[in-house]
Design a protein around this ligand. Structure first.
Ligand SMILES: *Cc1c(COP(=O)(O)O)cnc(C)c1O
Length: 396
């Protein structure tokens, strides 16, 4: 029998996934699980979602044949341009979808966690759009590091709550958001920013992001005369842009899947976010997956030059793809990502987000045939990373 890499009826991807949640959240998560598929598949949701993706986000995002990059790597490289979306990345696809679900479930109050602030901004944006109350939990360290995003969220009308527990970063912000949800289960909807968290979140977020692979299929048909590529390449933090990129191809073994995780300063240096390579099976934020942890099961703080990739867990979808060797997982170090970002900028005139630069960094580690069709998702634009790029410019 052919393997199925989509979620099963119990919310698992192989041994990964599930919903490991405190009793008090059971009703909330169960309510969402019972409703999300019906809502997503309803005509009214589809119409509103499609309309907003088209007129507000600016979809479909182009599939751009990068000819100079292709020449350099000896194959046909297409860039899926999520960097051109409103708010500058793929995250808006998910937040629009989830706020429409929240509305249909009668929720009025939106909460979210954020690390670098990108998901916070995407959530604050859709709350402004829909006139909903928005509370964003963000580690105090991140609040200080990501000042502009905090100001954007506030300008959009969100309340940013600095979290002072733990290392005061993403994991702590997520814990705080879960705590809030426990206190306000009836009127509050929790918009999770990636394919993480308890079932049904990973599947729900993957479905909302699957507009990416749906478009790739149509665009490849028109531009290449066949609707599938030989390679799909994406970076993975929690895994949402990758999940969206591969969604319609996940069971199509003609398509090779390459996931780029953040190696940081190197996987042996203790300063890394390469969760798939360094993680052990554990439970984080309601999901059984690979987790960066010490011998006592304490979560280890990940490190990457890219703030959007330093999550100590990984989506259960991706943990399962890696375990079954359906995906090739490469770890791309800070310097390799920077090198790739400067390369794309100089030969294609596109400044990518640092996260996306990790996907680009995978190109030099693969061996292509001239006829290979490669689709690489540029998950976001580099505006937010300009300080880092300016600082590093003379090294590259
Ligand atoms: C947040 C972010 C990521 C990482 O999140 P995923 O859920 O793994 O996609 C990647 N790229 C950009 C531009 C981001 O903002």
């Amino acid at each position: 029998m052919k393997k199925d890499y989509q979620v099963n009826s119990e919310g698992y991807y192989g041994e990964f996934g599930g919903a490991y949640i405190p009793e008090i959240l059971y009703t909330c998560v169960e309510e969402l699980r019972e409703n999300y598929l019906t809502i997503i598949q309803s005509r009214s949701f589809k119409d509103e979602f499609d309309r907003l993706l088209r007129d507000y986000v600016g979809r479909p995002s182009p599939l751009y044949l990068a000819s100079r990059l292709s020449e350099k790597y000896g194959c046909r490289i297409y860039l899926k341009r999520e960097d051109l979306n409103h708010t500058g990345a793929h995250k808006i696809n998910n937040t629009i979808g989830q706020i429409l679900i929240a509305k249909r479930m009668g929720k009025r109050r939106i909460i979210a966690e954020t690390g670098a602030g990108q998901h916070g901004v995407a959530t604050a944006t859709v709350c402004a759009l829909m006139g909903m109350e928005c509370i964003v939990y963000m580690g105090k360290t991140d609040v200080e590091r990501q000042h502009i995003n905090v100001q954007k969220m506030e300008m959009l009308g969100a309340k940013v709550c600095p979290v002072t527990s733990g290392n005061m970063t993403l994991k702590d912000a997520t814990n705080e958001a879960i705590r809030d949800w426990c206190c306000h289960p009836s009127d509050t909807y929790y918009i999770i920013g990636s394919t993480v968290g308890p079932h049904p979140y990973p599947d729900m977020v993957a479905r909302l992001q699957s507009v990416i692979s749906e478009e790739i299929r149509k665009q490849l048909s028109l531009q290449e005369g066949r609707d599938y590529p030989d390679y799909l390449i994406a970076c993975v933090g929690g895994g949402s842009n990758a999940a969206g990129t591969i969604y319609h191809y996940i069971n199509d073994e003609r398509v090779k899947i390459v996931l780029a995780e953040a190696g940081g300063k190197g996987i042996d240096t203790g300063m890394s976010a390469a969760t798939i390579q360094l993680g052990k099976v554990g439970i984080i934020h309601g999901s059984k997956t690979l987790v960066m942890q010490n011998e006592d099961g304490q979560i280890e703080e990940p490190y990457s030059i890219s703030a959007g990739l330093d999550y100590p867990g990984i989506g259960p979808i991706h943990a399962n793809l890696a375990k079954n060797k359906r995906a090739l997982v490469l770890s791309i170090n800070d310097d390799e990502a920077l090198q790739a970002a400067f390369e794309l900028t100089r030969i294609e005139g596109i400044i990518p987000a640092l996260e996306s630069a990790h996907a680009l960094g995978a190109l030099s580690k693969l061996h292509f045939r001239p006829e290979d069709v490669v689709v690489l998702t540029v998950s976001g634009r580099g505006d937010k990373d300009m300080e880092t790029y300016i600082r590093e410019m003379n090294r590259f």
